[in-house]
Design a protein around this ligand. Sequence first.
Ligand code: BGC
Length: 765
Amino acid sequence: MKQYYQFDEWNIIENSFDAHYHEISESICSIGNGYMGQRANFEEQYSGKTLQGSYMAGVYYPDKTRVGWWKNGYPEYFAKVLNSTNWIGININIDGEALDLANAEIGSFSRVLNMKEGTLTRSFTASLANGKQVKVDAIRICSYADKEIGAIRYAITVLNGDAELTINPYLDGDIKNKDSNYDEKFWDAVDSSNTADLATLTIRTRKTGFVYTSAMKFQITQSGQPLSLSPIIENKTKFVGHTVTVSAKANQTTVIEKIVSNVTSRDHNEASLVSVATELLNNAFERGFDTLLAAHIAVWANKWNESDIIVDGDVAAQQGIRFNIFHMHQTYNGEDSRLNIGPKGFTGEKYGGSTYWDTEAYCLPFYLSTADQKIARQLLVYRHNQLERAKENAKKLGFTKGALYPMVTMNGEECHNEWEITFEEIHRNGAIAYAVLDYVRYTGDTSVISEFAIETVYEIARFWEDRVHWAARKGQYVMLGVTGPNEYENNVNNNWYTNRVATWTLEYALELVNFLKTNEPGAYTIWEKQLGITQTELSKWQHIIDNMYFPYDEELGVYLQQDGFLDKELIQVKDLDPSQLPLNQKWSWDRILRSCFIKQADVLQGLFFLGDRYDLETKKRNFDFYEPMTVHESSLSPCVHSILACELGYNEKAYEMYLRTSRLDLDNYNNDTEDGLHITSMAGTWMSVIKGFAGLKIESSTLSFNPFIPEEWKSFSFKVMFRGALLNVQVGANSTHITNESDHAVQVILSGKRIEIPAKQKTTV
Ligand code: BGC
């Protein structure tokens, strides 16, 4: 896509209206607060192409699975992130004609996502068919300070003459998911009430029974004075609205402030929803738009203070990285351990379910470094809470023990239904165990091990024991019929990455057992009993660790993605006719599967996770072999390559991959941004700056940096939190400064040298 949004450090700016980009901008400029989110739809009616989207975290619908040929073990349903009550709507009529940008002549137009303050603003002038010219300035928030509150200020001015304005703020619960499998509606009406100054609407999801109440109030002012209103009340099934008609003089601005509260039975007793929503709304309405806005901006200021990355000398890169950080914060706030990070967040519907391995493999490091550790801890708690379901899932597939976490889930149950992924892409289990290591290594908080994480890791290890298979002729353990992270090969034998991460989990489980035995014998005794730990089982795991088969080619010195990889015709992407890309849109699936082309990091994913076990030469040989065959058609791909390229000193490649990840949605690289944003890969972008360019690692419990700066940048700086300390790291072409903003001394390793930075001091190297 051509560069559509103006480069700006803090804002995403659309400076003119092009209906072809409207749905893309609706995704890009989405706002959210970890509890609810809203696409950047227009408040007033729009009859052009649009994906109206309002989403509440954790509210889902089990849409009946749709497959061509049913296979035993398939999940019955696919959990859909639910599009819910449209709470932003304000229809406007001017002298009897609807304001609808699809039918008006647009003069000026701008839609701006202000990432610093978390606001969406829109300004335009338009001429209607009846000759009336109007100017609109609108701003809205999903409040980060009051999570259930959404607030809109909508100012309209008729520029050429006096006019009658008919204003219709409403709540519409008659919503359908665009991705509904059988074209069904997922919501039933429950209740509505409508008085002159308050409207409430309650709806319930079919099957899952989530009840959702919205309450709305509004006021209209002219020349700063509130008007006394006698609205016409509309109260239909799943719809409540107010209609008022006001006279406006030429050039007089009429301001509508609409405040809404949205609450669900996930958080409140069903019977109390209307009263809770009303109370929250009354309180917010009394404070008024400006006060709500100020509180919201203050929360964002704090978030940026802890997690901003500043790039000097490259506005496109600066905008890209802030865009990614912004959407990560909008998607997940760690307050609720039942929630997770959906690949589309609150920006679209595609990818039902909320949780993929993306969370552990890509997102966890972001929250570890940019927020209090309790936020990252919630992600471990989330998986542990779903352990029983993961055990059921393993049983359902015929395993005798252990836990197999789902590929996609909302509540712990698997809801992905392509056999090559559901049944075979089991490497996901390893990432969930790896997250425990990542968390403990970063935070030093070992309490999670005895509290619950030993159980998660142990049950995953049990699954691997059951899944590997002793190949008598080889005299080694093998793993047959899997799909690795590279989904462009299915049903392969001995995917190196899967064998590697499985064996690693067994090692880590043994390590945790020993850790508890030595450090927390009391806790160990309890877990030994509860988990039924036996020496026979532990010895079996050791036997697997010692005898696992890892495909390797001596001549090339590379790990083989799978047993048959070298039998393929090995072609590099650069030798492909560019018109053939992206392969997933141009080639038949069969052709892709037979080819050597790789969707995303696979062997390299393992070398990234277990980087401290492999020397640079090994990483280099594997990178040189696999990257040229990689098409990066998963949004998760470029970041891992960028990080490894940094480590290998492939600076140009590192920057090329970084750009691809950081502006993936802004520049619509994958041609699918209208469906929603690639939220989980955004954390990968953050990693490619912090783990890639800044080279952040943990070495013997110490934070270590090995910075490098892309030629295109003058300097970059970022904040990281580490074990109660907040560090501000500035990397320049010739020097790195680290300021310890906390009130205790911190040790770091900078380019191989261990240094201590006293409290509130700056060190330069
Ligand atoms: C990737 C998976 C990922 C999923 C959701 C797929 O395209 O291949 O690794 O989990 O998207 O982001």
